[in-house]
Design a protein around this ligand. Structure first.
Ligand code: EPS
Length: 387
């Protein structure tokens, strides 16, 4: 298992969100601004609700970094919830709860009911506060931090939205540098401006109907060396690790690698990426249907992960539910929410993937300091060149 590990804590409307990351080598330059930039990207996207107008997420580093460089010790991060001041009476660590404001009607599709039964809570706020996607703030902060280590080795991450509801991109994906520039400017984080207009019109229509929308997105990682992950055991396979980490993002219902489900429709001869060799490039593939992963290992091609996110489960026209106290039929509780979070989910997944790549990268090359890690990396690359 990789030495890199983190934990997060924090409720959506509690005082703050916290994360502790352990296992970063010493000597890695970290820019606070780069973490805040990713946090800002996470807050964006057409279809968000009012919460994002209240928050302006900024990271506070309280340990593990000194004068912009990692020390090798645990790194502690905090992000304040500005909304906390509006929720203090309801979200106080001590004192008495308000019986009138308890949440009793679980939202179909949300963690409310199963979590309430599992943890024996009848005020479902005790579940929804932690199940909330607000928690992804810290996962993005962690991803934004570790990708500064990946960038030293020229590993870069990109993402874009492929579809929202039944509206999909129609043109092929542009070169990656252009893709990121287009996607970052687009309110729906995509490169196809005609599709973007239709996606926004659909979000407007669904907002009027007080409903919600899901969609699909793609994350691409370039610069990954051959041999991250391993075929030797199930828990070392990088495709499986990526599936787990991306699936753990709230509301994700499917994760695909490369061609994904389309692979099941193709004949073998039209699926597998043929192998070529040249003195200049070494072994290479001209196609990337495998999405950069064969046998659970990186094969030198960019990693391509696609995912599908379901529509947000809070509906302003709530679905049928049952009061967990009276057991009588009741419409689900309305919690303030978003209409569509597909653009934000793409940005979050990009940073989640960065963390998983950093884990396997450090597992393969290892080192307590960046200098040691660089030496291991270049030795390994030399060996690969003489294979
Ligand atoms: C979110 C914060 C939440 C929601 C959304 C994402 O804030 P609030 O509940 O105060 O509006 O906007 O959460 C969910 C989609 C969810 O299922 O809980 C955020 O910071 O991204």
């Amino acid at each position: 298992m990789s030495s890199l590990h983190y934990h997060t804590a924090g409720e959506s409307h509690g005082p703050m969100l916290t994360a502790i990351l352990e296992g970063m080598p010493s000597g890695v330059s970290i820019a606070e601004a780069s973490i805040n930039e990713q946090l800002k990207r996470r807050q964006g996207g057409y279809g968000r609700g009012q919460r994002m107008q209240i928050e302006s997420d900024h990271v506070k580093v309280t340990s593990g970094i000194r004068f912009g460089k990692t020390l090798g010790s645990p790194i502690a991060l905090q992000v304040e919830n500005k909304d906390w001041k509006n929720w203090m009476p309801l979200m106080s660590p001590f004192g008495r709860p308000s019986a009138q404001r308890a949440v009793h009607c679980p939202r179909p599709g949300h963690a409310d009911l199963a979590g309430g039964i599992k943890y024996d809570h009848h005020d479902l706020r005790n579940i929804l506060e932690r199940a909330s996607a607000r928690e992804t703030t810290m996962r993005v902060a962690i991803g934004a931090l570790v990708r500064q280590l990946l960038e030293v080795f020229d590993i870069r991450l990109y993402s874009y939205v492929r579809s929202i509801g039944d509206v999909s991109v129609l043109t092929p994906c542009p070169p990656l540098k252009k893709l990121q520039a287009f996607a970052n400017q687009s309110p729906v984080h995509t490169y196809d401006s005609r599709a973007a207009k239709k996606m926004m019109a659909l979000i407007d229509q669904v907002r009027k109907k007080q409903d919600s929308l899901g969609g699909t997105f793609e994350v691409i990682v370039t610069g990954v060396p051959i041999g991250l992950g391993s075929h030797v055991n199930w828990e070392k396979k990088l495709d499986a690790l990526l599936a787990q980490s991306v699936m753990s993002l709230q509301a994700i219902k499917a994760v695909e690698i490369g061609l994904g489900v389309e692979a099941g429709r193709r004949w073998g001869s039209k699926m597998h990426d043929e192998i070529f060799f040249s003195r200049a490039r070494g072994f290479y593939h001209k196609t990337n249907n495998a999405g950069g992963l064969t046998g659970g290992m990186t094969n030198g091609n960019p990693i391509v992960v696609r995912a599908t996110i379901k529509p947000i489960s809070t509906l302003y026209q709530p679905l049928r539910s049952v009061d967990v106290v009276t057991k009588r039929p009741q419409r689900a509780t309305i919690e303030r929410s978003d209409i569509c979070v597909v653009p934000a989910a793409a940005v979050i997944a990009e940073n989640i993937v960065a963390y998983t790549i950093a884990q396997v990268f450090l597992e393969k090359f290892g080192g307590d300091s960046l200098r040691e890690l660089k030496r291991h990396y270049s030795e390994s690359m030399k060996l690969q060149r003489y294979y």
